[in-house]
Design a binder for this molecule. Structure first.
Ligand SMILES: *Cc1c(COP(=O)(O)O)cnc(C)c1O
Length: 351
């Protein structure tokens, strides 16, 4: 790995006062280029603009994927990344589906270890804050030709992630638009999935909701995801979530919360969850919680669900009563190194 260090670090403590997510990039980025069927030696260099021609194929045909994970610092200034092996696996699943080359472990895992270690002063310590790690890969071949690109770039960016104030949001259940389809790319973290979701989300916002709960594209009868997160529902004291599928992204947060829920004795069911079942539960006063879960926010509770024209308010439970809050607390305590990590989820960076 080639390492070209920044002449003078941009870091100062006021970075950690920022409330903005995804804008405060660290000193360095990692870049690896793929050409002629092989990866070049990756290079860590000062963060900054890269050069592309407007004919770079990612802009035209959308071969672009990404990942998202976080690094945390504990009291002893040790830095840990949360379950990066899962992101590595998923990145290459996305790559395969988009007909892109997979990224070898030496580049992805060692590259991320090296760059996070190099920029470790950018990893904050306060509970709720972290360093966001964004690997991405996109097609760079200069060609206006509707086929798979022969050249790609793999880039890793790091950005300070402030504590996210998870104010409850409202969600509208999709009854027309879909995020993903059977046989499509819903399980892949590809840029186009996001592009396709912005318009329906904006339409939901016009109806007074913050986000969309995506349903199955065939009948719109079963809930699948919420916004850009997986979704969980509590009916009575049962925690329900859909099984992952080719339409549903296999979230690391989802998996971690389910593990914690099962191991703490919660009643968990992984099965299709019908919109009608949620509505009936709402009418019976049993729809206790609906929340999204993902790396950026951990969990985000919903205080209203839109069933067609009917807006169903959901009372936000206290931290002691809410499954979302209880599970979020358990997960964060592991992420911040406040409790043992019996699952081996934390991966130490550097010595
Ligand atoms: C990234 C993502 C998630 C959440 O995955 P995590 O690994 O928990 O961050 C869920 N759904 C979609 C569509 C996503 O892109």
């Amino acid at each position: 790995m080639i390492i070209e260090k920044i002449a003078e670090s941009k870091f100062n403590d006021s970075v950690f006062d920022s409330k903005v997510f995804g804008k405060n990039f660290t000193d360095h980025m990692l870049v690896a280029k793929y050409k002629d069927g092989k990866w070049d030696e990756p290079k860590i260099m000062p963060y900054g603009a890269l050069e592309f021609t407007p004919a770079a194929m990612a802009f035209h045909y959308g071969q672009a994927i990404f990942e998202g994970m976080k690094a945390y610092k504990n009291e002893n200034d040790e830095v840990f990344i949360f379950r990066p092996d899962r992101n590595f696996e998923r990145f290459n699943l996305s790559a395969e589906r988009l007909n892109m080359p997979t990224v070898p472990e030496e580049i992805f895992m060692e590259g991320i270890q090296t760059i996070v270690d190099l920029d470790r002063q950018w990893v904050p310590k306060n509970y709720g804050t972290s360093l966001y790690i964004r690997p991405t890969m996109f097609a760079t071949e200069e060609a206006i030709s509707a086929r798979s690109s022969n050249e790609f770039m793999f880039v890793v960016l790091l950005a300070y992630a402030p504590a996210y104030y998870d104010k409850p949001l409202s969600v509208k259940i999709a009854d027309f638009y879909s995020r993903s389809a059977q046989g499509g790319v819903g399980f892949a973290k590809c840029a186009g999935n996001y592009a396709a979701s912005f318009y329906p989300t904006q339409e939901a916002q016009k109806d007074g909701y913050d986000q969309v709960i995506w349903t199955d594209s065939i009948e719109h009868k079963y809930i699948e995801e919420a916004g850009t997160m997986n979704v969980m529902v509590r009916i009575g004291d049962k925690l329900l979530t859909a099984p992952t599928s080719e339409r549903i992204l296999n979230g690391v947060t989802r998996d971690s919360l389910l593990t914690l829920a099962k191991d703490s004795g919660m009643d968990v069911e992984i099965r299709p969850v019908a919109v009608q079942e949620m509505y009936d539960a709402y009418k019976d006063g049993q729809l206790k919680e609906v929340f999204g879960c993902g790396t950026a926010v951990v969990v985000n509770s919903y205080n209203a669900v839109g069933f067609a024209e009917e807006r169903a308010p959901i009372e936000i439970l206290s931290d002691e009563e809410s499954f979302a809050s209880i599970l979020k607390g358990k997960l964060r305590d592991i992420q911040y190194g406040l409790v043992e990590d019996p699952y081996g989820w934390r991966v130490k960076v550097g010595k």
